[in-house]
Structures are given as structure tokens and as C-alpha cells.
Design a binder for this molecule. Sequence first.
Ligand code: NAD
Ligand code: TYD
Length: 339
Amino acid sequence: MNIIVTGGAGFIGSNFVYHMLGKYPEYKILCIDCLTYAGNMSTLKEAMDNPNFKFFKTNICDRKAIYEIFENEKPDIVVNFAAESHVDRSIENPEVFLQTNILGTQVLMDACRKYGIKRYHQVSTDEVYGDLPLDRPDLFFTEETPIHTSSPYSASKASADLLVQAYHRTFGLPVTISRCSNNYGPYHFPEKLIPLMIANALNDKPLPVYGEGLNVRDWLYVEDHCKAIDLIIHNGKVGEVYNIGGHNEMKNIDIVKLICKHLEKPESLITFVTDRKGHDMRYAIDPTKIHNELGWLPETKFADGILKTIKWYLENKEWWETIISGEYQSYYEKMYKDR
Ligand code: NAD
Ligand code: TYD
């Protein structure tokens, strides 16, 4: 089996690469990534030594290069993780989100149509459903919840989902879509909440919490997400959407306080800063469908996952210190200086 994994030098894609190489020694994993600021070859260091792994430094919007890879490698399955993924950056500069997240998806699906494929899997997000009110804890996103986006990021992901469904209906492309809640774990880029707070706390820097920190996210350990995608590409029903999430809802402020506690840092580092524009209040997934149809359940509880994650950041300082010493510094300055 030849599996193309796009965005494999990023957070979830790299965890998926390692999951697949470890579990299926007979599969070939072909990673396509153009190495934006979010992609790192150091993340794939161990995979590069594996004879079943190949890396292509290619942009998914580059039709000619993508067709060439398909022609030469004849993939059976494509799993598309490649995306611009940070909401705050999408508020600053939406255009690249539309290019990569929508048009890049189209190029990949056109290649699938041209060269034939057993499955195209689109890695999507619960953010396509918009948000839920804080005072209705009885409400959850199901696969039937209408798409209702808030940020340029979620609008671009939702557009891609609609296009994937259109390619299934119009051209019969064998697709599946998964919509997952917030992930955390190893190789998470330190611009996102959990790794940013760990890195700042370790450097005794202020911990910038947006608004009052009351926004709720449904956190899933990244390995559980990888296992869910593995199940969907092998056993999921073509044309279907699967929600992935873990009933692991936490307020941002509680996560930041927990990180302070585990790292033995004072809560006085917490600084409340100007809220994100259009900030979604609460995300919460109902994962009944993937549980009933494919037997998936999240295995890692947040209390254990956050400890494993903190341990990983402590043991892999070089990985994130290299990242935050580069162009990340000017990003940080721009986003947080006068906030
Ligand atoms: P990430 O930003 O860490 O990684 C994205 C990767 O895609 C990087 O390696 C980057 O170099 C690559 N990439 C970007 N544009 C590209 C292009 N045009 N061509 C080729 N490669 C390109 O993102 P992530 O957090 O790992 O998210 C992966 C996927 O999962 C995304 O599609 C995202 O929407 C989705 N998702 C993420 C979360 C989360 O909590 N992080 C939750 C649900 C869904
Ligand atoms: P993030 O990790 O960017 O994921 P998403 O926006 O996709 O959910 O943010 C998670 C939550 O943390 C979100 O409510 C915004 C908040 N947040 C902060 O309070 N401070 C920060 O510095 C960042 C990056 C996020």
C-alpha cells in the first residue's frame, strides 16, 4: 500500500507518519510538504532513515509537481493534512489560507481523479461548525450540525470540505472527511495555546490569555486522532463525514493554570490580553458515529496527556528552542507586543 501524507512535516501529519510507519511495516509512506514556517525537517529526522519513507518538498498547489508524484508513485490512499492551520494568522492574512486549504485540496483531488485512487481522506476540523454557547453544555457538534464558520481559517476548511463532497457526488471520487477537535502532544508548533504556554512558562515569560480565558476547547491527544484516521481510511464508509473528539472540554484559563502547576511556575505569569477577533466560545464534539461504526474511543485522558506533553517539551527543548529563535520571534513580536 502506498500512502501519500501531505503536511507530514507539521504537527499532526508527522505524528501520523510515525504512527503508520510503526504499525504497518509493509506500507510505503510518501510525505508531501513544502515546509512553510510550520513544517520542520527536524520533526521527520527519524522517519528519513526508514526505507519505507520518502519525502517530497512540494507545494500541494503545484499541479505539475503533484501530478508527477502521482504518476511515479501510484498512491493507493491520500491523506491531506497540508494546511495553513493557525486562526490568528488567518485573521492577519487570509489569502494563503484560501490558496493552500481550498485550491491545494482541489489539485490533490484532481490528481486522484486523473491517476485513480482507492481513497482520498480530507483532514478537517470541528471549527467548520462554528461555536456553541457556554450556557448550553447539553449541545454538541454532530455530523449533521450545519456548517457555520467564524474565521478565515475555518471558512477555508469548510470550503474545502464542500469541495471534497462535491467531487464525491459529481465525479464519484472515493472520499472520506474527518472533523477533529483541538489536538495536543509532541511536535505541536509553539504558536498554539498549549506549546506556547509551556515554552513561555519555561522561559519565565508572560502567559498571554485572550479575553478572560473562558473559551472552551475539546482537547484530544494527537495519537488518538492518528488512530481514528487510520480506522477511517481502512474501514470508513466512502462519502461519509466522521467527527473525532473526546468529551475533554477545558477552559483556556484552566489549562494555563494546570501548566503553571506542573512546571512549578507562578500564576502571576498569566497576562490577560486583547481578545481574538470573532473568537469562538466553545467547541464540543459528539463522537458517537465513529464509536458506533468503527469502534473508536479516545484512549488518553487529558490529565495523562498533558503530563506526557509537558515531559516531551522538557526532553526536546532543542526542537522548540530552534523554532522560537528563528522567524517566530518577529511573528511573536507582531502578534503580542501591543496586545
Ligand atoms: P501544522 O500547521 O502544524 O502543519 C501543517 C503542515 O502543512 C506543515 O508541515 C506545512 O509545511 C504544510 N503545508 C502548509 N501549506 C502547504 C502547502 N501549500 N503544500 C504543502 N505543504 C504545506 O498543522 P496541524 O496542526 O498539524 O494540522 C494538520 C491538519 O489538521 C490541518 O489540515 C488542520 O486544519 C487539521 N486540524 C488541526 C487541528 C489541531 O488542533 N491542530 C485540529 C483539527 C484539524
Ligand atoms: P489555538 O491553540 O490557537 O487553537 P484554536 O484557535 O484553533 O482553538 O487556541 C486555543 C485557544 O486558546 C483559543 O480559544 C485561543 C486561546 N489562546 C490564548 O488565549 N492565547 C494564546 O496565546 C493563543 C495562541 C491561544
